[in-house]
Ligand binder design. Structure first.
Ligand SMILES: NC(=O)c1ccc[n+]([C@@H]2O[C@H](COP(=O)([O-])OP(=O)(O)OC[C@H]3O[C@@H](n4cnc5c(N)ncnc54)[C@H](O)[C@@H]3O)[C@@H](O)[C@H]2O)c1
Length: 325
């Protein structure tokens, strides 16, 4: 397992197919790309409420309704690929209209495939691409304002754009390199959350802001010289707590999601060039493996939706237990 990219794909496929089997509507980005584009996806979730209503007991609420984002509007930064795209897909599956903000002037092939899939699911779902740099406060604010004006509401923000930066000893790290990582990972997350919060206040429906931090904000990664990255992620944790306090009275919740080691293009740069890292990282958690992007779908659905309405200022660590050792 996890010895090289091709094994990783096989492992992912096995895992995803096994997980997808019971539910025709559950599709990860990886699953979509590997299995091809589904032109006629299943349109209905067979929720408890539907089952009960068929038996004439529709007054009883269903847990799935609490996860619904039908008609809700949101932004996900860094969603051209990786964890951001996986999260954007999960939100769209729940019914949301999601706008992705990322650096490339045109979206990636994976993004376009997922956006077409979302469009085919219908029922108001939407995944649109916006070219933008999260470090540009005024541009991000203007883009998010445009979304609010166009859709007439604003409910969800996932600030996922981030960079790892160089692996350099702390005593030798150049100021510009340090600042660059902080600029994207801390300032960029703040500008994105700030822009979204302003729209949420404007429309008065409350909202959920989720900042993608990292377990590296809580623990340091053994043998890796990532002082800038680790510092930036700790900053995000405290940023979320601070904003949660300020925005709580407006029923705007602010939480962080802190993933552990997950194979994406960000980590592939290291894992593909140093294959021994697979086993090292995998053995750093009790589950004995790296995480999969789609293993964040459930937690992002919970944090973004009304299933978590009493959760704010919290950091949810999803790391296979890396931080408990
Ligand atoms: N992969 C992991 O193991 C892991 C673990 C913990 C936390 N994270 C965090 O999750 C988030 C997503 O990581 P990923 O693994 O999907 O990485 P990724 O490199 O695949 O995706 C990051 C995305 O952010 C975009 N981005 C970077 N700078 C930007 C900017 N200035 N403006 C707009 N977009 C920008 C990139 O273009 C890219 O699409 C990051 O914040 C990362 O720190 C990842």
């Amino acid at each position: 397992m996890f010895q090289n990219p091709s094994c990783w794909v096989i492992t992912r496929r096995t895992h995803t197919l096994r997980r997808l089997a019971p539910s025709p509507v559950s599709r990860s980005v990886g699953g979509l790309l590997r299995r091809g584009f589904f032109t006629s996806p299943a349109r209905h979730v067979h929720s408890v409420e539907e089952v009960l209503s068929q038996e004439g007991s529709s007054s009883r609420p269903s847990i799935f309704d609490e996860f619904s984002l039908r008609g809700r509007v949101g932004v996900v930064s860094g969603a051209n690929r990786g964890l951001g795209l996986e999260m954007a897909l999960a939100l769209c599956e729940l019914g949301a209209k999601i706008y992705a903000i990322d650096l490339p002037s045109t979206p990636s092939h994976e993004f376009k495939t997922v956006a077409s899939h979302v469009k085919a699911m219908g029922e108001g779902r939407k995944l649109e691409y916006i070219n933008g740099d999260v470090t540009d406060q005024m541009t991000i604010r203007a883009e998010v304002e445009k979304i609010g004006m166009k859709e007439g509401r604003f409910d969800v923000c996932v600030a996922a754009a981030g960079i790892l930066g160089p692996s350099t000893p702390a005593l030798e790290l150049d100021a510009r390199e340090f600042e660059k990582v902080l600029h994207v990972n801390a300032n960029g997350v703040f500008y994105t959350a700030q822009a979204a919060g302003r729209e949420m206040i404007k429309f008065g429906n409350g909202g959920s802001i989720i900042m993608i931090a990292s377990m590296s904000g809580t623990v340091t990664n053994r043998d890796h010289k990532w002082v800038a990255y680790n510092t930036s992620k700790s900053a995000v944790l405290q940023m979320a707590r601070s904003m949660a306090c300020e925005l709580g009275p407006e029923q705007i919740r602010v939480n962080t999601l802190s993933p552990g080691h997950i194979y994406t293009k960000m980590t592939a740069v290291l894992l593909d060039s140093q294959p021994e890292l697979h086993a090292k990282w995998a053995s750093s958690n009790p589950l004995g493996r790296l995480g999969l992007p789609e293993e964040l779908r459930g937690v992002i659905a919970w944090l973004a939706s009304d299933a978590s309405t009493f959760c704010t200022g919290s950091d949810i660590i999803v790391s296979g237990g890396h931080t408990i050792w």
